[in-house]
Design a protein around this ligand. Structure first.
Ligand SMILES: Nc1ncnc2c1ncn2[C@@H]1O[C@H](COP(=O)(O)OP(=O)(O)O)[C@@H](O)[C@H]1O
Ligand SMILES: O=C(CO)[C@@H](O)[C@H](O)COP(=O)(O)O
Length: 525
């Protein structure tokens, strides 16, 4: 008999759903709502609100709720059989936080299916907007954290990361300092993942170890909130935090709101949500071995499950909980797809030119041309930037040579990724590529040659939503990881890209020059 599990993914730019039949091994349904295109009244074309201070990046949490209702409406219109779903889980863009007053607990338990989620839950916000992972405005709070808590190396030893601007701890501290009344009015602080989980379950749910580790306050040795860090960050913070639990816990049965409105089975389990990267780790089938993965979503990320805990001396890399148990390493690049989109718009070209044509008409390594692709602040390395830096021929620097500009930007992104990931002890010979831009053959080729690794692309593209569905099947249905990985996490052999020795040598030679170019331009501390 079919066993259907539904995975949801609320990432930076979209809310998506993917349903699997865990018995037959089929993906039976998928659907997507794009925040910019489908909810234009939120004025968030790329999923976040414009701010006059570019370091402040917030999103409207009601946009996430409206997109969830819209997604389920679309699924209903498609005739999706909600009643057949045995369990739901999900993932959210990491680090983003939702601030709620004490009315939240009752409001989420008593959702009325004749109204929308947003109209019922808006009054329970104690902060109108949510800082998200792209926010870099908490440098001062990070410095205060490091000074008070024994330095970044110590914070990294305890939490898996030094004090980081986008992580939730420094964001909470900034909110408490700048808006003390609203902070005092806050009874609960959720992550995007645990907020949506709570809404689905109709009760206040826990944060999981995967996403919780992105808050700079989870003690990785005890897997509890670290008392010393929490009390330093803000007054009474401990009581405002949800519980933190292993990802495989059930948050509860699905709320009657979704049963009445969309026809879910009232017995469907809601499995704790996690971050989109930990979820992708599961979706690419890398939860149980040392396979590395690169996700080219809004952010670019490089991650792998971890055998031995190791931290990054340069503080760009992080340790998160692996939803399948143990830990994972991750490096996040803020100038991922948005930098590619920026150049694409500046050049007035389409994705075919960007993914293919430009690579066919240019040479590997791009001669002397180099492109540091930091259109905005970067987090790996941690530098403030408001424009990319180009060095090379006049036509290249003025962007007249469009093909070279595209190649050099992509090469710059992957060489930077290689430089920042060298702290991870194992050099992967095989990397799984996922995310919206992984369809680009040009990018897959550059990744293979820069990393000297086989690049595998997945049969099921949306690895975060797939990971969520597989986590639901594992935690609620008892399906083993090996069974699920065997059925769902296969790469598409026709899209595998092998490294070419000649090209590998070009990048091995060029990467040193590129590192010096970055250092000279940004004079890193
Ligand atoms: N053909 C393509 N080539 C390169 N990038 C693409 C292509 N199609 C989509 N993208 C990029 O994929 C991104 C979305 O990827 P996705 O994984 O859905 O992001 P997220 O999960 O962060 O919302 C878009 O920002 C877009 O730039
Ligand atoms: O900050 C991080 C990871 O630390 C980002 O990777 C966010 O989790 C956003 O993910 P995408 O929407 O780009 O997938």
């Amino acid at each position: 008999m079919a066993k259907i599990y539904l995975g949801l993914d609320a990432s930076t730019q979209s809310m998506s759903a993917l349903a699997v039949d865990a018995v037959s091994g089929e993906v039976v349904y998928s659907k997507n709502v794009n925040f910019g295109a489908d909810l234009p009244w939120y004025n968030s074309p790329s999923g976040y609100l414009k701010n006059e201070d570019p370091s402040v990046v917030h999103a409207d949490p009601m946009m996430w709720l409206d997109s969830l209702d819209m997604l389920f409406e679309r699924m209903k219109a498609d005739g999706f059989d909600f009643a057949s779903v045995a369990a739901v889980s999900g993932s959210g863009q990491q680090h983003g936080s939702v601030y709620l007053n004490s009315s939240f607990f009752k409001a989420v338990e008593n959702l009325d299916s004749s109204k929308t989620l947003a109209e019922q839950l808006k009054p329970s916000l104690s902060r109108a907007t949510s800082p998200i992972w792209m926010d870099t405005s908490t440098t001062l709070e990070c410095r205060e954290m490091a000074e008070a808590l024994g330095g970044n190396a110590e914070l990294s030893r305890i939490t898996g990361s030094g004090a980081i601007e986008r992580f939730t701890g420094s964001q909470i501290r900034k909110f408490a300092k700048q808006e003390p009344e609203n902070y005092a009015d806050t009874a609960r602080i959720h992550l995007v993942s645990s907020y949506l989980c709570s809404v689905l379950a109709g009760r206040d749910c826990a944060i999981d170890f995967g996403d919780g580790a992105g808050m700079n306050m989870l003690n990785l040795s005890t897997l509890k909130w670290d008392g010393k860090i929490v009390s330093f960050l803000a007054d009474n913070l401990a009581e405002k935090l949800p519980e933190v639990k292993a990802s495989a816990n059930i948050g509860g049965k699905i709320s009657k709101y979704f049963v009445e409105k969309y026809g879910f089975n009232a017995e469907a389990d809601i499995v704790l949500f996690t971050g989109d990267n930990p979820s992708s780790l599961v979706g690419v089938g890398a939860m149980a071995d040392a396979t590395a993965a690169i996700s080219l979503g809004t952010s670019d990320t490089f991650f792998a499950s971890m055998k031995d805990l190791a931290t990054d001396p340069d503080m760009c890399g992080h340790v998160f909980g692996n939803p399948a148990g143990g830990f994972m390493s991750l490096i996040c690049f803020r100038n991922g797809s948005l930098a590619r989109e920026h150049l694409k718009a500046d050049l007035g070209v389409d994705w075919t030119f960007f993914d293919k044509t430009s690579f066919e008409s240019t040479k590997v390594g791009c001669g002397e041309n180099m492109f540091i692709p930091f259109y905005g602040d970067e987090i790996a390395p941690r530098v403030n930037s408001d424009s990319p830096r180009l060095k090379g021929t006049a036509d290249f620097e003025s962007l007249k040579d469009k093909a070279s500009a595209v190649r050099a930007l992509v090469e710059g992104q992957f060489m930077n990724m290689k430089l920042r990931s060298d702290w991870m002890s194992s050099k992967p010979s095989r990397i799984r590529l996922t995310g919206g831009a992984s369809k680009s053959d040009g990018m897959a080729r550059v990744a293979a040659d820069v990393f000297n690794a086989t690049i595998e692309r997945m049969k099921v593209g949306n690895s975060a939503a797939l990971g969520a569905a597989l986590r639901a099947a594992n935690a609620s249905g008892g399906f083993s990881w090996s069974d699920l990985a065997e059925k769902f996490c296969k790469s598409d052999a026709s899209k595998t890209v092998e490294p070419i020795a000649e090209n590998v040598a070009v990048y091995a030679e060029k990467i040193g020059k590129f590192a010096k170019f970055i250092e000279a331009e940004y004079k890193r501390a």
